[in-house]
Design a protein around this ligand. Sequence first.
Ligand code: FAD
Ligand code: SIN
Length: 550
Amino acid sequence: MPQYADYVVIGSGIAGLYFALKVSDSGSVIILTKKQQAESNTNYAQGGISATIAETDSFDAHIEDTLRAGAGLCHRPAVEVMVRSAPHVIEELRMLGVHFTRRGRTLDLGREGGHSHNRIVHARDATGRAIEAALLDALAKRTTVHIVEHATAVELMTGHHRRGGKRSAAPTCYGVYALLPNGQVERFFARATLLATGGCGQVYAHTTNPPIATGDGVAMAYRAGATIANMEFIQFHPTALYDPSRPGPAFLISEAVRGAGAVLRNCGGERFMVRYDDRAELAPRDVVARAIDHEMKTRGDRHVWLDLRHMEKREVWERFPTIARECARRGIQLPEDMIPVVPAAHYCCGGVWTDLYGRTSIERLFACGEVACTGVHGANRLASNSLLEGVVFAKRAASYLVAHPPAPLGAEFDEILPWDDSGTANAEEWVLVAHDRQELQSVMWDYVGIVRSELRLQRALRRIELLRDEVEEFYRRTKLTPELIELRNMVTVAWLITQSALHRKESRGLHTMSDYPLPDDTRWRCDTLLRQGRVWCRPLTDIACDKAGQ
Ligand code: FAD
Ligand code: SIN
């Protein structure tokens, strides 16, 4: 197995795979991925990918919808780049073999919350799977690309790992240490390393995200000294299937179902969303999730209902076959039965701070997709802008690197130390890892969820710091496993989310504080940045200028 490549990519979702495809003509690529190659958030994406395609639609409308959902914190230059690139990347995906659903001779365009036009390009309700499969097929034909499955990145290799602590002037990444299935931690060197590790929904007890979503990229980048941004903005999807009999990730009921006409009712049968927003069920996600949370808390109910009973059976099964089948497996026949739904953690709007080419604050380290914070989503992501962001910025990072290839590594090959596992031994108490994971997830759900307060956040922080100390101790004396690596990363990410949430003393977008119920533009129109234990705010005006200049 090669342990040096021009590019090392960590993660095999849409961002990592698209990047790999785009750089594969100009260099060798190693993709490290911690489960099977298709396992990713991407693979479960349902609703689709947004793009201005309809004749009645416009770039300006998509930009305005994105900015409005983002509640004043989107970086306009980043949004413009993303929206204007969308039709082109959809065409590229189509050329790669993604079979998007068509209506006659044109693409069928769905509707989702916060969008003023129909602009969701989809492959029925399994868009992510169609994209993932097409990208993996395309990569299988590239001899320059090598995918290593079941390889869990542990730590980025930086100056800290050089023999004698020799560091370059700017913090630099030389690749990554990864745990392989044989239990060994190996060095993977690269001219440039791409973090494409996706989100961190698993830090919450209830999430739509699969088990891989443990925030590894953000945690590794933070430990390596990178700037992390806006971690307080965690998106809760309003409609995850409520099924307490099944542990594990909550099955998503796509927003596209509401886009096609389904309505929300509380357990008293009332269509409550009309009381909260003129756009009712198609308001942006933060609004709908908060409304559901409020209805459930004030009525003492465990879920609300999604009602499709007025919709045509044929239409429902044709447009949403995955959802209809999964509901049927659980005894819910669509559209005759209503679906019990609850909000669940879904998406991280913050992440590793990048510019418009995926460059992070560490030399030779790039980040794309959900792990990155490009400034596109601000305080709340607009539906179906995530796959789009992943593909657009992966392409931009690739173009940048092809045009500006980093110098080959030299002395680093000898100077970066092998992984040191002396002092570690097999521990018997693996139950501790499972228990700590559950405890962390409950703390985050109970105290750092949809509605927050200083009291709850402080309480969460104290518990997270206790867990952090315990896990660090365990990490130092224990032989590594993927579960322990994930737990350590989850604790770091939970700490970053909670610190950022405590810092922002207002309510905006996805961050709702009962002690500060209103947005405060005079003090808080800024990004929350974190680096090496320091939290600070950077006014949006400064950032918008920087980005426009790039
Ligand atoms: P991912 O697709 O999550 O890929 C991350 C990869 O990194 C995985 O391969 C993982 O195994 C790997 N990895 C992680 N840590 C490590 C490590 N330490 N070492 C090695 N490998 C690692 N967005 C939309 O725009 N439209 C939708 O319709 C939509 N529907 C969604 C439905 C669901 C159920 C979910 C959960 C999300 C949905 N989203 C949707 C969000 C979107 O799917 C994700 O934000 C997006 O796919 C992220 O892509 P990514 O490439 O950044 O990461
Ligand atoms: C969905 O299908 O509701 C998910 C879309 C998204 O996360 O953007």
